[in-house]
Design a protein around this ligand. Sequence first.
Ligand SMILES: Nc1nc2c(ncn2[C@@H]2O[C@H](COP(=O)(O)OP(=O)(O)OP(=O)(O)O)[C@@H](O)[C@H]2O)c(=O)[nH]1
Ligand SMILES: [Mg+2]
Length: 358
Amino acid sequence: MSKALSIVIPTYNEGENIVPLVERIHNALSAYDYEILFVDDDSKDGTADTIEKLSESYPVKVAVRKNERGLASAVVHGILNTTGQKVLVMDADLQHPPEVIPSLVKAAEGGADIVVASRYVKGGSCQEWGLFRKLVSAVSTAIAHIFLPPTRPVKDPMSGFFMFDRKVVENARLQPRGYKILLEILMEGKFQNVVEVPFTFVTRDEGESKLNTKQQLEYLRHIYSLMRRKGELWRFIKFCLVGLSGVGVNEGLLWLLKEYGGLTLILSAAIAVETSIITNFLLNNFFTFRGRSEPGTKPFFRRLLKFNLISLAGLGINLGLLSLFTHVFGIYYLVSNIIAIIIVTLWNYLLNTRWTWR
Ligand SMILES: Nc1nc2c(ncn2[C@@H]2O[C@H](COP(=O)(O)OP(=O)(O)OP(=O)(O)O)[C@@H](O)[C@H]2O)c(=O)[nH]1
Ligand SMILES: [Mg+2]
């Protein structure tokens, strides 16, 4: 008989954490029909032996992989080798407090297809994180939100503590890459509603973090791979190409109006800017986001208005950043301009995919 809930826990040298982890999970879920499958990548500190011993008193098992390493692939292995209708994934290092599990179960039983234990919803937090780590996390989350729009409903898509109904991943082609398996499930899985439950990501007491720069790079590669698979890369490239065409329209028209139209510089520039906004809009509407928009004249003009507002605000931000980087940070103005353009492009893309062409 399969259990109602399968808990999948990847481990690599977590020997010290196993006993308290299993005891705390058991206390939290004592009345619940659950099993735990640890997927251990041949730890050298006796992690697997400790689990074997515990299996006499608790519903726990361990799968040891000798020739493979990797957090995401371990989790996928665990998902495929359990049968519970609900699956919960968490870390072994007690940074994910087992006492939170009942609230995840409750949300799942309330009908959520995916439940994420979240650091970034009201009530959630990260204990003792320095400014640098917070910044890295915020930037990484923003990258996911900008480039992978389906992750946007989730404030903490990088969480490693989540639960889902097995039907979400039934036909999903999960690629076991990197560290962030939830991203993969959000992008490849089939689901209607996601719920986030707050929790405090606590500081690690025992064992060592396996997080390093290599993993940060792997994260970017993972995002890139998902963008390619889901057509998001091509969409973003189209958006940038359209933006580039707008620069051409802007420059050309400015020159024409100033040289041959007999207009002042400012008036010529204003007309050139507005014209390029309109040509950008038309190209995005019929090329970049083709098939995404509601038909009809009224929605068309509503989108044009939204695009216009975002572009004009972007222009303001561009000038503000240019002046900030150049005058306050003392960066060479042409370099400042490039940085400002990159930031504003991302801003435009985020807002337009969120608001203009949803
Ligand atoms: N099977 C397996 N598990 C791993 C691997 N790397 C990490 N883990 C486990 O995955 C979980 C998360 O790893 P951590 O190193 O704690 O990563 P983190 O929580 O993002 O980073 P810290 O906050 O620094 O701890 C822990 O249970 C690790 O033991 C791996 O290559 N294989
Ligand atoms: Mg950890």
